[in-house]
Design a protein around this ligand. Structure first.
Ligand code: IVH
Length: 677
């Protein structure tokens, strides 16, 4: 790499162009095709080079540069934009009969012609209109009221599957493409779990999460939340294709993410088959859908059919019934999490819903109870959409009796009776009795030992609770004072499991600093933030003594996190705990061996393809481990591949190929065993 400072502007321009092209391609391979060619680390190096060049030569920074995807722009107020083509909604149907009626209406208006339909998934997300001029994304607008929406371009630019510049040059000069911004269930659960863990309020489902995220003012936070976008309709006078299906195929060539699950149907029966198929298989998709959209394929026929006041006559949606039931709300109880956050839970008269008996449902927070105006004894509606957790969606007011009184939210902790606090702007109430409230203490122990944190073998949730109840541990540092003799005395424990637990505890001393930092449970410090902070400060000592300003200078750290870290380390008892962890030999500095130092030669000559998401490691960490143990990373499964290291959501084509070529498929645990010395 040439020294940036000595470059002429012309040289910089050429390099920027080259980097832009490469990065655009890699984004496309990764986010649209799901077939990454280079590692995330290599990608970041190219991106950093581009950012450095643009900083040195600001006049060369283009709005379509891949550097713009990391966000950073802050939108104080979203500007309202009038839609050139109103954003209409679709008529809904819930049965085959209603769909047949739609088909009859279409055939009546267009007699004696063959009608083809296109059946598509109905993504459960947020509608977006993207406007492209000469191949460049110039604006992204939300639906709003259908007539005018909000300009959310800065935020949308961070969505990596949306092209900032189109591929090739066979696209109309100016057009609008519409689609749905969604969040994958896995990302939703991961980020929502992190939010619970770090004490932030959560969202009820991926759609709400996506919609809330799109309206954030800080686009860097949007970038972190991993939204995705499927496109499904093009509007533009100069679009000169004959059919919707063909247009979608073209849009795919221009670089848009178009669903693989679009079916051209030559009969209504084909449409029914598509609906049946996805009705059964919708849970296997990585994102939520709430139905199927059926569109007349021919644009000429669409034009003949036209619109009603609200929706097109050439399209309709078939909605899968959200499975719902009504039952009695017996009582509301309150759970205390490890951060002290209180979560109200509805205790329901057991009811059968989507094949399982539901007895409890989360109510999130006090506002939610107020919004639903819940009263104990009420008959409530419970629903289970694509999501796993059932929710209370409303009250059957016809069945309300005068004896049902509004819920009075608790004022004291149900576990330790301390007065609860609710700070300005916080959705949840908190119990401030950190060191004396049992579920908080147990929760912290469980979090510390959990897989993503110290991953202590043998120290599951129940054992953590048992150790606390038997007064063997009261905080995370006490774990390292445990002895086999103490543990084997406990109920359900013998010498063997006690020895195993102590072994697990000892092994955890090698866990890297960033995970220790996550494990100690500082509010708002999730695993990603912990990693960034650890890399920035390098040692626990430096972090413990950092000022507010120094903390705020660290990547990903805003005022809220900085304040929380400061408060944590101001606490004398927390400092003592950290000192004891240090005395016990835990890793409290970033590994001095360097992140790329070789570890062993155990994988020499082996090529491994990594695909999917994993529990203990990020995909990139696994790739780096492969290299550090002497192996090679492959991007696709070929005859030369030795192993396919498959996580959740592993690419099905990779799995298929591995089976065909008899390549051994291994799990994360099998891999970690392989490299264990
Ligand atoms: S086509 C004129 N296709 O559902 C409307 N919409 O209830 C054209 N949606 O506003 C919309 N998946 O937000 C279309 N494959 C799909 C869709 C889809 C989800 C949403 C979209 C739309 C709403 C209609």
């Amino acid at each position: 790499m040439q020294d940036i400072k000595n470059m002429t502007i012309r040289e910089a321009e050429i390099r920027i162009e080259q980097l832009t092209k490469e990065l655009d391609n890699h984004n496309y391979n990764y986010y649209v095709l799901s077939q990454p060619v280079i590692s995330d680390l290599q990608f970041d190096m190219l991106l950093n080079e581009l950012i450095a060049l643009e900083k040195e030569f600001p006049s060369l920074l283009k709005p379509t540069s891949p550097s713009q995807r990391v966000g950073g722009e802050v939108t104080r107020e979203f500007v309202k934009v009038i839609h050139k083509y109103p954003m209409m909604s679709l008529g809904n149907t819930y049965s085959e009969t209603e769909l047949s009626e739609f088909d009859e209406r279409v055939r009546k208006m267009i007699p004696d012609e063959k009608i083809d339909y296109v059946a598509e998934l109905k993504f459960d997300g947020v509608a977006i209109g993207l406007i492209y001029k000469e191949g460049v994304l110039i604006r992204a607008v939300t639906r709003g009221d259908g007539v005018q929406g909000d300009d959310v371009t800065n935020n949308v630019k961070t969505i990596k599957s949306i092209p900032l510049k189109l591929h090739g040059n066979h696209f109309p000069d100016e057009f609008e493409i519409r689609g749905e911004i969604i969040m994958h269930r896995k990302d939703f659960e991961r980020i929502n779990d992190d939010m619970v863990e770090i004490g932030e309020s959560t969202y009820a489902n991926p759609r709400n999460f996506a919609s809330g995220t799109l309206k954030l003012q800080n686009s860097a936070e949007v970038a972190r939340r991993k939204l995705d976008c499927f496109l499904y309709a093009i509007y533009g006078t100069s679009v000169s294709f004959k059919t919707h299906y063909e247009t979608l195929q073209k849009a795919k060539e221009w670089g848009f993410k178009i669903s693989e699950n679009v079916k051209l149907c030559s009969s209504l029966q084909d449409v029914f088959n598509f609906i049946d198929h996805w009705g059964k298989k919708r849970d296997s998709l990585p994102y939520d859908i709430d139905g199927v959209v059926i569109k007349v394929n021919s644009f000429r026929q669409q034009e003949e059919l036209g619109f009603t006041a609200k929706s097109p006559r050439w399209a309709i949606s078939y909605k899968y019934q959200a499975e719902s039931a009504s039952t009695i709300l017996n009582s509301i109880s309150y759970q205390v999490g490890r951060t002290g956050a209180i979560t109200p839970v509805a205790n329901l008269e057991p009811v059968l819903l989507a094949g399982t008996t539901v007895k409890r449902a989360s109510l999130h927070n006090a506002d939610q109870i107020e919004k639903l105006d819940l009263r104990e004894g009420d008959t409530v509606f419970v629903e289970k959409g694509g999501e796993i957790i059932p929710k209370v969606t409303g009250v059957d007011l016809k069945k309300r009796k005068s004896s049902h009184h509004p819920v009075e939210y608790i004022t004291n902790c149900p576990e330790c009776q301390t007065k609860l606090i609710r700070s300005e702007g916080e959705a949840s109430h908190y119990c401030p009795n950190e060191d004396g409230c049992p579920p908080q203490i147990i929760g912290r122990l469980q979090h510390f030992a959990s897989r993503k944190a110290m991953n202590i073998d043998g120290l599951g949730a129940e054992t953590a609770e048992l150790l606390y109840k038997e007064k063997l541990v009261n905080n995370i540092a006490d774990i390292y004072d445990l002895t086999v003799e103490q543990i084997e005395q406990l109920e359900r424990m013998g010498n063997k499991s006690a020895t195993k637990l102590i072994e697990g505890i000892n092994q955890s001393k090698a866990i890297p600093f960033e995970r220790v930092l996550y494990a100690i449970g500082i509010r708002y410090v999730g695993d990603t933030v912990a990693k960034k902070i650890a890399r920035h400060f390098k040692t626990m000592d430096k972090l413990m003594n950092a000022t507010f300003e120094e903390l705020k200078d660290a990547p990903e750290v805003g005022e809220k996190i900085a304040e929380s870290v400061l408060v944590f380390f101001k606490n004398e008892s927390k400092r003592k705990i950290v000192d004891r962890l240090k005395e016990n030999g835990l890793q409290l500095t970033i590994s001095t061996k360097g992140i790329n130092a070789p570890l062993s030669e155990i994988l020499i000559g082996k090529t491994i393809v990594v695909s999917g998401t994993f529990e203990k490691y990020e995909r990139d960490e696994l790739k780096s481990l492969i290299e550090r143990h002497g192996g090679k990373n492959g991007s696709s499964v070929t005859g030369k591949t030795d192993y396919l290291l498959a996580g959740a959501d592993c690419g099905p084509s990779k799995l298929e190929k591995a089976t065909k070529l008899k390549v051994k498929v291994i799990s994360e645990d099998e891999f970690t065993n392989m490299i264990k010395d």
